[in-house]
Design a protein. Structure first.
Length: 439
């Protein structure tokens, strides 16, 4: 199926003639765990004014969409004059999110009385009871639903959370496993089960479950942080860094993920210290080799002598452009030099590249405001449409990614000109940052 034909889950649900409790709860799960679906819901909310709905239907939909998007004040304002069972369900959900648990229970029970065909409301009652510390009452409500024949992953997840709060970890894990049998994509159940497997030292199973927690919700961020810690324990530092970056991509303000990312980068430097020492010793020996030891053409040899290039170390500090700008030094001589350096595992300009890498590593190691700026999503720069499209083409997701690009990299991108370049430089300058220098 082509991308043009893909219909989002939010669109499918919103296209229904009327909201039901089942559709409402499904919409919450879809939109809160997927960034793309969340954006679709935001668009739907903005378009409600143009739809031919009754005043009550419109208020109900605005309240529902705003609640899912965590715009609680807007949702409550639209519920003020509504009193039906769906309105009570929504009022209960807002109260639950705001940790007003007794109020949530009352609203849920009122909704359930008028919607007996919607047993999942009973699960929300149990969630509110659990949140208020009434664990036995919550378990009793869930067991009643089970006796009525309701087999539901959310029910088993709530039961697991209740047992977990009572200190019955083994039983709670059994509930999470059963929830995942019913719904392998249940992110919250996968996260809680992975967490306990992690504590028990069953790392491989925990890693597999953490990877199953997809989407963009809070469970995903926590899963990526814990996954990173597991990878660090196994000395897979590169994978740990990737996991922390995924968490920060979703929640740029997550201080825990930013802290672990910084520590992982530092540990990566420490891990490679011994290897780097040996490699540096080998490299230094190679760089001391005199140019006179190699059979070069007379033209190349004379040009290098006039440039005061006496050893390979002098040569790798030069760039292609610097050599070509010298009188009588052409493409043939340049290729000869490239071949010589390649035979020793070297290349022109490599010292400048290494200096840039060291500068980037230093930025990552520092815990100051610059590091915070580097992990900001590129959208925070509020660039023009043309500049944003350039960022997408280059797969630039964070300010740090942008700082690794040079002016030439950006100008080589389609439809990116001097005006866009100036805009980017100004935005980075406001953060005390700049583009990569190749001078």
């Amino acid at each position: 199926m082509s991308e043009m034909n893909v219909v989002s889950a939010v669109d499918e649900i919103c296209a229904q003639a009327a909201l039901t409790p089942e559709l409402l709860l499904k919409l919450r799960s879809v939109a809160r765990n997927n960034l793309a679906e969340r954006k679709v819901l935001q668009t739907r909310l903005g378009a409600l004014d143009g739809e031919t709905l009754t005043k009550e239907e419109k208020s109900l939909r605005v309240a529902a969409f705003a609640w899912i998007l965590s715009r609680y004040d807007q949702s409550e304002n639209n519920l003020k004059e509504l009193s039906g069972p769906l309105a009570h369900l929504l009022k209960g959900e807002i109260a639950l999110d705001r940790e007003r648990f007794d109020e949530a229970v009352n609203h849920f029970k009122h909704a359930a009385e008028h919607l007996p065909q919607a047993p999942k409301i009973g699960i929300e009652v149990a969630a509110a009871l659990r949140g208020g510390g009434k664990l036995d009452d919550a378990l009793a409500a869930l067991e009643k639903l089970e006796k009525q024949g309701l087999a539901d992953a959310d029910l088993l997840f709530q039961k697991g959370r209740c047992l977990e709060a009572k200190g019955q970890q083994e039983s709670s894990c059994t509930c999470y496993e059963k929830a995942l049998e019913l719904d392998p994509n249940h992110a919250d159940a996968a996260f809680r089960l992975a967490y306990y497997l992690d504590l028990r030292g069953e790392d491989l199973k925990a890693i597999e479950l953490y990877k199953r927690v997809t989407g963009q919700g809070p469970a995903f961020v926590s899963a990526m942080v814990n996954l990173g810690l597991l990878h660090e324990d196994k000395e897979n530092v590169d994978e740990a860094i990737a996991a922390y970056k995924e968490a920060i991509k979703v929640d740029p303000t997550n201080r825990r993920a930013a802290l672990y990312l910084r520590d992982a980068v530092e540990s990566l430097d420490m891990y490679y210290d011994e290897n780097e020492r040996k490699e540096n010793e080998r490299l230094e020996a190679v760089l001391r080799i005199p140019i006179a030891d190699f059979e070069l053409s007379v033209r190349s040899r004379n040009c290098l002598a006039k440039m005061n290039v006496r050893a390979l170390g002098d040569l790798v500090r030069k760039t292609d452009q610097e050599l070509l700008s010298y009188k009588n030094f052409g493409e043939t001589s340049l290729q000869e030099i490239r071949n010589l350096l390649e035979s020793k595992g070297l290349r022109l300009g490599m010292f400048k590249e290494e200096e840039a890498k060291r500068a980037r590593a230093q930025r990552l190691r520092t815990g100051g405001p610059e590091n915070v700026a580097l992990v900001k999503p590129i959208t925070d720069l509020e660039l023009s449409v043309r500049s944003r499209k350039c960022m997408q083409r280059l797969n630039i997701e964070t300010v740090g990614d942008l700082c690794e690009k040079s002016e030439a990299d950006l100008l080589a991108t389609k439809n990116f000109g001097q005006t866009s370049l100036n805009e980017v430089k100004v935005k980075l300058g406001e953060l005390g940052l700049g583009l990569k220098s190749i001078d």
